[in-house]
Design a protein around this ligand. Structure first.
Ligand code: ATP
Ligand code: MG
Length: 424
């Protein structure tokens, strides 16, 4: 390990007022009680880059019980990694005790394929630095002195705007394949490049993501696509062969889709998501899955229709099948997958513009999501422009105008089925 370097305020420029007050309270309390405590990880990185940190993580020499003694509002969580959550009302900050990297010779800690399965071994701050993923995520800010502690030349990589995995990249990816996804996420979010040795093994090791639990991959997927750089993220994930582990059906669809319509839809949706995030608007994960799986759902729906099933039932059967397939890669909590399904099944309702159905549809609590989805389809080239225009206007006018509009709307021609009314 290289020697630790102390970087003073004059060089790093992080002002203590940029650190949230709660984090400062914790750092001061732990330091006063005689422990080491630092701000660490993404917060230090983002402050050095002039960005607003998402969260303020703290690392300390105090063990969880000791943290609780100093800060009684602490709740200790986790069995595998015991972490302290220091509460301030409903909000909390995460405080982690320094961890040592596991010993490679200790077979008890690593699975056969090299994954860490247990690493709750406390260590020193220097050890805690080297067990982290990228050098830029291993900088420690000390409130007491205002210095940044750099154990592995993280500052140099910040300046060169590159992501360098700490230690031997292949071994670090094998220990935890999610580090490959984190690399892509930071590349897109920070506009950094991958240092060549960090980049080299990714394609070959990408398949290791299949060993990660669908629940963890769901969390990572949301972080990837809700980072404000979703279009670039998609591009990078595909380039490094990682996308197919998260969305195998989507990758297949993108390859099958000769018209390019589906690709347009995905890109339009991700662009939209990026814009919403930058504008501080909320986003529902259900929408991401509705978009990503649309091609396969439509394909399945068509197949079931051709087998003679009614339209709505065909859509439901296709939805169950596609969602059932997707959750093998990324879990999707029911509260989201139910909405995804509703967005899909509602697509058939935009054609009905007669007053009773149209006004009822507007009142549906999923109308907005289904409408956004339909207009995205229209904007990406599906022949739905008229519907998108009609419903855009319809929801925005007075009830009198609405009545006039739906009274004059023509209903779609009924499909000719076997049960035609006999003329007298
Ligand atoms: P974000 O801005 O997304 O919060 P972050 O770097 O803070 O980015 P977190 O997931 O909050 O990411 O993790 C906090 C820190 O914990 C990281 O900066 C890194 O030092 C360490 N860390 C997180 N995940 C891993 C991992 N899989 N392997 C090694 N270290 C990790
Ligand atoms: Mg963080």
């Amino acid at each position: 390990m290289k020697d630790m370097v102390r970087i003073p305020f004059s060089e790093h420029g992080i002002n203590e007022r940029q650190i949230c007050k709660k984090a400062r309270t914790i750092l001061t309390a732990l330091t006063k009680a005689g422990y080491e405590a630092y701000l660490v990880g993404g917060a230090v990185r983002d402050l050095l880059l002039g960005k607003q940190p998402k969260d303020f993580d703290i690392a300390t020499s105090a063990h969880p019980e000791q943290i609780k003694k100093v800060l009684p509002s602490t709740r200790i969580i986790g069995r595998r990694f015991r972490l302290a959550h220091v509460h301030f009302g409903r909000e909390f900050l995460e405080v982690a005790t320094f961890r040592a990297p596991h010993d490679e010779s200790d077979k008890g800690l690593v699975s056969n394929d090299g994954r860490i399965i247990h690493d709750n071994v406390y260590g020193t701050v220097a050890e805690d630095a080297v067990r982290r993923d990228f050098t830029i995520n291993a900088l420690f800010y000390e409130l007491k002195t205002g210095d940044v502690l750099d154990f592995i030349e993280g500052m140099q990589d910040i300046k060169q705007r590159q992501l360098r995995l700490i230690g031997d990249p292949e071994r670090r990816y094998r220990e935890d394949p999610v580090r490959m996804l984190r690399g892509i996420r930071f590349m897109a979010k920070l506009d950094f490049s991958l240092e060549p040795e960090t980049k080299a093994p990714i394609k070959e090791l990408s398949h290791l993501l299949s060993t990660i639990s669908p629940a963890r991959l769901f969390d990572e997927t949301l972080k990837l696509f809700h980072s404000g750089q979703a279009v670039l993220t998609l591009d990078l994930l595909r380039k490094y062969c990682l996308f197919t582990c998260l969305f195998p059906l989507t990758e297949q669809s993108l390859e099958e889709d000769e018209s390019g319509l589906f690709f347009n839809l995905v890109v339009a949706a991700l662009n939209n998501t990026d814009k919403r995030i930058r504008a501080g608007k909320t986003i529902n994960p259900a929408f991401l899955f509705a978009v990503m799986l649309w091609y396969q759902v439509k394909k399945g729906e068509k197949m079931y229709q051709e087998m003679g099933n009614p339209d709505l039932q065909s859509m439901h059967m296709a939805a169950s099948e596609v969602l059932g397939h997707q959750v093998k890669s990324t879990a999707i909590p029911r509260r989201f997958s139910n909405v995804t399904r509703e967005i899909w099944t509602m697509q058939g309702r935009f054609q009905f513009k007669a007053c009773r159905r149209a006004l009822g549809f507007l009142d549906n609590k999923r109308f907005r999501a289904a409408y956004d989805f339909m207009c995205l389809r229209a904007n990406s080239g599906e022949p739905l422009e008229e519907d998108c225009e009609w419903w855009t206007l319809f929801q925005d006018i007075s009830s009198d105008d609405q009545l006039a509009m739906c009274n004059s709307a023509s209903s779609p021609k009924r499909k000719r089925s076997g049960r035609r009314r006999r003329r007298k």
